[in-house]
Design a protein around this ligand. Structure first.
Ligand SMILES: [Fe+2]
Length: 214
């Protein structure tokens, strides 16, 4: 596969698209207080990140097989507030540092090839932080991202694709433009249908502890 490198400028543009939409979401005050407080926390922590220095190692595209699934997909983004994120990320799909870091699952041997995330801010990312993570999750069509949990608090911002999201045993279909908050250690899962899911995410709190299947 032709390995691309993500330019710091393109990564910053994508990060800014997420930051700007989070700021707009805060201004709109349409979400629950705990979700708004978390977005404010994310923006505050991003304000502490040194965006003048990018780690070249983490700007290199990983050549992850999820890229081929994404390249075959027809994306739609009709969600309020997410079109700028969609426009910033779509040209970068084959240049992002996608990774998947769970242990293998005998019941889903190819899962690590069909979903991945590209972290742009975090402990292992182009822009370094040990307090906040920011990136894009991609889940190929027709895939269950099984029940998992992590001590970090997680905000998801659906950019493309309507999937079934389960948290604390309750399942909802969330279209693009939906903001989803997973408090620390809440067990959650996602099931995609015909279309892949793209969702921006942020982690705060214990960001250096990996997510694990339960
Ligand atoms: Fe999560």
């Amino acid at each position: 596969m032709n390995m691309k490198t993500l330019s710091p400028a393109a990564a910053l543009k994508a990060i800014d698209a997420i930051r700007n939409s989070f700021a707009a979401r805060i201004s709109a005050r349409m979400d629950a207080p705990d979700a708004l407080a978390e977005l404010e926390k994310v923006l505050g922590l991003l304000g502490e990140v040194d965006f003048s220095r990018a780690n070249a190692e983490h700007l290199r595209a990983s050549g992850h097989p999820v890229i081929q699934q994404l390249q075959q997909a027809e994306f739609k983004s009709g969600g309020e507030g997410v079109s700028a994120i969609f426009d910033a990320f779509l040209p970068l799909l084959d240049a992002l540092p996608w990774r998947y870091s769970y242990e293998p699952r005998p019941d889903a041997p190819d899962i690590g090839e069909r979903m991945a995330w590209a972290e742009l801010v975090g402990p292992i990312a182009p822009f370094s932080s040990r307090k906040v993570c920011l990136g894009l999750t991609a889940i190929g069509p027709g895939l269950l991202y099984p029940r998992h949990r992590h001590p970090a608090v997680e905000s998801y911002w659906v950019v493309s694709g309507t999937a079934a999201w389960t948290a604390e045993g309750i399942t909802r279909h969330h279209p693009p433009g939906t903001l989803i908050l997973h408090p620390a250690n809440v067990i959650h899962a996602m099931q995609t249908h015909n279309e892949p899911l793209l969702a921006a995410y942020a982690w705060t709190g214990e960001v250096e502890t990996l997510s694990e299947y339960v």
